[in-house]
Design a protein around this ligand. Structure first.
Ligand code: AMP
Length: 146
């Protein structure tokens, strides 16, 4: 089996992200793999759909700007250049798989849980990424004590 060449690290920008990235970096370090970062913004319409007749575009722009700045800061602090960071909108697991395919990544790294999955054994996104993955997935254990 050959070493990993390209690793896609998915971060929700919570405080666990640094630890998840460090773990990915140590895997990459031993194989000289290329590291890519992805953060996915979930459109508010996914949560509220047509239920609330409201125009979310202003809030959505604000969320996008905030996420963009946070991702930029995170990438700068971890020496990831702009061609290796990706900010996309959609459902996290769908977009993570889509980018992994586009980049032809051979490993996806996620946290075992994050914002959504705190009460679950394995976060909902981590589960979604593992499910149906066409490549290896490393779920870095974060947060919980057991
Ligand atoms: P969660 O499903 O919120 O428990 O998150 C589990 C893990 O999935 C996180 O530690 C991240 O690695 C990844 N993840 C969750 N949400 C996102 C997101 N919006 N963008 C990128 N990765 C995410």
């Amino acid at each position: 089996m050959s070493d990993y060449q390209k690793i896609l690290v998915a971060i929700d920008l919570s405080e666990d992200s640094a630890m998840i990235f460090q773990r990915a970096r140590s895997v990459a370090g031993s194989t000289a793999a290329e590291l890519h970062l992805i953060h996915v913004i979930e459109p508010l319409s996914f949560a509220y759909g047509g239920d609330i007749p409201m125009d979310f575009s202003g809030i959505q722009d604000e969320i996008y700007q905030q996420a963009s700045q946070q991702l930029e800061r995170f990438a700068a602090a971890n020496s990831v250049d702009s061609t290796h960071r990706h900010l996309v909108m959609g459902r996290p697991e769908v977009e993570i798989h889509a980018l992994a395919t586009e980049l032809d990544a051979d490993l996806i790294v996620v946290g075992s849980h994050g914002r959504h999955g705190l009460a679950l054994l394995m976060g909902s996104t981590a589960n979604g990424v593992v499910h149906g993955a066409k490549r290896d997935v490393l779920a870095v254990r974060v947060g919980g004590k057991d």
